[in-house]
Design a protein around this ligand. Structure first.
Ligand SMILES: Nc1ncnc2c1ncn2[C@@H]1O[C@H](COP(=O)(O)OP(=O)(O)OP(=O)(O)O)[C@@H](O)[C@H]1O
Ligand SMILES: [Mg+2]
Length: 300
């Protein structure tokens, strides 16, 4: 078992089989600090490792108030692709539709709502869903949040406050948001260091990108929030899509990811069997594209 001194952060290897108790004290040989070690079984064990991700893009919100543009699919597959490279990734389902939670078969689980009501501890609410991949589930009670908590003074920064003490456990935190600009999306944007705006190559979808961009710019009065537009479900054989893609490139230039996610039926198949496409068919077009996106996100 690895033990980390909570004063000087030195890591030690300890053979706990030689110790007959589950709760005992140890002394750090480096700084002489004495601290307690608890080896009793826990639901989830979060190893405290330092992260080498730039702190200015650790928390990524995936937003577009237009529905059905692949926000959830991007959160799931970018998160899974990052986790496959060894990154420790937390996915936050911040949408009362709870689609991301359903894709991991986490229906009606305690969510951010119970955490806000102090009925659940956030670390105990987070579920380990795949190696290196965790989920903070959503449930339908989250729709009560906006009504019940409106009077609270930190209403607009609920998510940021909730993530602050736990984000050091993860390399990346990806937030899936609903197709709306009420409560959840602004809260996610305030919690975020970086934003991904997925969009289809459709004329009306461009409007959703512009609206999201204007909220980001409004927030920019208080701090810098960088973003990239991601083209999703792109059909290379559709002339109208090609025209919209070219308009998007002209307008967003280097604010667009070079990686494009093609329309790929493997994506829909993977969701039927509750698997990220990068697990379901790692050689599929969309799986390879989400893996390519990892590199761009890390370099953005
Ligand atoms: N690359 C793709 N190829 C084909 N289908 C896709 C692709 N990406 C997503 N889809 C499908 O598009 C639909 C909408 O995707 P998704 O739920 O991720 O969108 P969303 O933006 O999260 O929607 P909402 O706004 O309702 O939350 C889903 O049925 C999904 O399977
Ligand atoms: Mg969604």
């Amino acid at each position: 078992m690895i033990i980390v001194c909570d004063k000087c952060q030195t890591r030690f290897q300890l053979d706990v089989s030689l110790i007959k108790k589950t709760l005992f004290k140890v002394r750090c040989s480096k700084c002489k600090h004495v601290f307690s070690v608890d080896t009793s079984p826990k639901e989830d064990v979060y190893e405290l490792t330092s992260s080498n991700i730039a702190p200015d893009k650790k928390v990524i919100a995936i937003c577009n108030q237009k529905g059905g543009v692949a926000k959830t699919s991007t959160c799931l597959n970018l998160g899974a692709s990052l986790s496959l490279t060894g990154r420790r990734v937390l996915l936050v389902d911040f949408d009362v539709q709870a689609n991301l939670s359903l894709l991991f078969c986490q229906k009606n689980q305690p969510s951010f709502y119970e955490v806000m009501q102090k009925e659940a501890d956030i670390l105990k609410t987070i579920k380990n869903v795949r190696p290196n991949l965790w989920l903070l589930p959503a449930n339908s009670k989250m729709s009560l949040l906006a009504r019940e908590c409106l009077q609270q003074k930190d209403f607009g920064i609920f998510l940021r406050n909730a993530l602050e003490p736990i984000k050091s456990h993860f390399d990346y935190v990806l937030i899936d948001t609903p197709p709306s600009i009420k409560f959840f999306t602004p809260n996610a944007l305030i919690a975020a260091d970086f934003v991904i705006i997925p969009t289809q190559a459709e004329f009306l979808a461009m409007n959703g990108v512009m609206q999201t961009e204007s909220i980001i710019k409004a927030l920019a009065k208080t701090r810098v929030l960088d973003y990239r537009v991601l083209l999703t479900m792109y059909d290379q054989n559709n002339t109208a899509s090609k025209v919209v893609f070219s308009k998007l490139k002209t307008r967003y230039k280097d604010k667009m990811f070079t990686t494009v996610i093609d329309l790929d039926f493997k994506m829909q198949e993977s969701q039927i069997v509750n698997e990220p496409v990068v697990y379901y068919d790692e050689k599929s077009v969309s799986a390879l594209q989400y893996k390519a996106l990892v590199k761009e996100v890390e370099e953005a």
